[in-house]
Design a protein around this ligand. Structure first.
Ligand code: RFL
Ligand code: PHB
Length: 431
């Protein structure tokens, strides 16, 4: 099989890239190791930044999102028996939308298949070859047979545990990492949300987060030990712990209901640089992980491939190499902004392992500052709703690029396309 861009992984990054390339008339094939049913029902992220919503709407994927997504204009910080609203839209003019990652994935799969796109499920990529040639080969196993996909470029969108990152020769990549001494126990419950906006709660017993998926379904998280045994958390214990950490505000109580799903999420910060080697472009969790406290992972994955889509369009459409050559540098600016924000939110809100009383006081001081200073809250809000590039990420760097890269023997095909080408409230605390 041959295509222009071979994409490893059908998560938000891989599927969105395939969708964007299709809109530019560029052919791609997505290889995914799991089944369609599995990727469409994997419960993960739930918060879309304004920029992600705009991207989905701009590219024809907004219909169900705008109908079923829940637009939120603020979040609540709960600590020391107090509740404070951060009025994100009032402070930034932008909002977030609560819409499950698996819904984004379902919409993307439906759009790709309706357009005649190729997604091979249960195709396990085992090796990438020839990445430093003009015709890389993606080798994968499907139905017990080893197959190959030849392409001009490979997009490694296969998440943290994928194979793409490992295909880069030793010594090329530098990794930056931080592990946190806690994890999140996540619960999906058939219970009407008792809140209208997300609640981030700092408590002596540990962090808790109240989120939701729909007017009938709540999504809740508890800070637990990294090696916690899920079996030790029957539903009654989960609700009791949620009550202890969240029912700290007079007159407020949790709505309980059957627990539909439970999972444990380790907390990690991780970045690999650069995000590209020769003909391999890495995107999403394959190159960077954030702890979920800032709700950034899926948004970063989408932001990476938005850049990559434009860069491939410039290459195939106009023979321009600058956007592909500058992809890593440009993407890493947003990645590091989100790394800092996610680390900051995580450090401010969790019970820290060593129970250092000085640090605990600093956490309360930081939360109180976010609750009372318009300037500090604006910083939180603009990171949470997502920075447009012109805000703090700076203009795209005009990188000098190696004149020989990408190798010029690959024909540049203006307007090239495969068979599926298209033409393409509450009052705020601040006064
Ligand atoms: P994904 O979604 O992991 O997709 C990678 C895909 O690659 C496949 N794959 C392979 N396919 C073929 N061959 C191989 N050898 C392969 N190896 C792997 C995998 O099966 C998979 O389908 O990565 P992508 O596309 O980069 O997307 C990243 C996001 O999934 C992730 O960052 C978010 O879920 C993180 N996250 C959140 N992000 C947000 O933006 N907002 C949130 O509110 C948010 N909350 C969360 C989160 C993640 C969480 N967990 C479970 C880690 C909350 C939680 C609890
Ligand atoms: C979610 O709804 O799953 C969610 C919301 C906010 C976060 C993380 C996860 O920070």
């Amino acid at each position: 099989m041959r295509t222009q861009v071979g994409i490893v992984g059908a998560g938000p990054a891989g599927l969105m890239l395939s969708h964007l390339l299709h809109r530019h008339g560029i052919d791609s094939v997505v290889l995914e190791s799991r089944s369609r049913d599995h990727v469409e029902h994997r419960v993960r992220a739930g918060v879309l930044e304004q920029g992600s919503v705009d991207l989905l709407c701009r590219t024809g994927l907004g219909e169900r999102l705008l109908r079923e997504g829940l637009r939120h204009e603020g979040i609540e910080l709960r600590f020391a028996g107090e509740s404070h609203r951060v009025p994100m839209t009032e402070l930034t003019g932008r909002a977030i939308t609560v819409y499950g990652q698996q819904e984004v994935v379902k919409d993307l799969i439906a759009a790709r298949l309706a357009a005649g796109g190729t997604i091979l499920f249960e195709a396990d990529v085992v090796r990438l070859d020839g990445l430093d040639s003009s015709s890389p080969v993606v080798r994968y196993r499907r139905d017990g047979r080893e197959e190959e996909l030849r392409c001009d470029f490979v997009a490694g969108c296969d998440g943290f545990h994928g194979v793409s990152r490992g295909a880069v020769p030793e010594g090329v990549l530098t990794s930056y990492e931080r592990a946190y001494p806690f994890a999140w126990l996540g619960v999906l419950a058939a219970a009407a949300p008792a809140v209208q906006e997300l609640v981030y709660a700092h408590h002596d017993r540990g962090f808790a987060l109240y989120s939701m998926r729909s007017p009938e379904i709540s999504r809740l998280y508890l800070q637990v030990a990294p090696d916690e045994d899920l079996a030790a958390w029957p539903d009654a214990r989960i609700w009791a712990e949620l009550r202890a950490r969240l029912e700290t505000v007079p007159g407020w109580s949790l709505t309980e209901g059957p627990v539909l799903e439970k999972s444990l999420t380790p907390m990690r910060s991780f970045v690999v640089e650069p995000m590209q080697w020769e003909r391999l472009f890495l995107a999403g969790d394959a190159v960077h992980i954030v702890p979920p406290t800032g709700a950034k992972g899926m948004n970063l994955a989408l932001a990476d491939v938005a850049l990559l889509g434009d860069a491939f369009a410039a290459w195939y459409g106009h023979g321009r190499t600058d956007l592909l050559a500058g992809y890593s540098t440009t993407a890493l600016r947003r990645v590091w902004r989100a790394q800092h924000f996610s680390w900051w939110m995580t450090s401010m809100l969790h019970r820290l392992a060593h129970d250092d009383p000085y640090e605990a006081k600093l956490q309360t001081a930081t939360l109180r500052y976010a609750a009372t200073s318009r300037a500090y809250a604006t910083s939180l809000a603009e990171n949470y709703v997502g920075c447009p590039r012109s805000d703090h990420l700076g203009p795209a760097p005009a990188e000098a690029q190696p004149p020989t890269w990408p190798p010029r023997d690959t024909p540049c095909r203006p307007g090239a396309g495969g068979s599926d080408a298209t033409t393409t409230q509450r009052r705020s605390t601040y006064s």
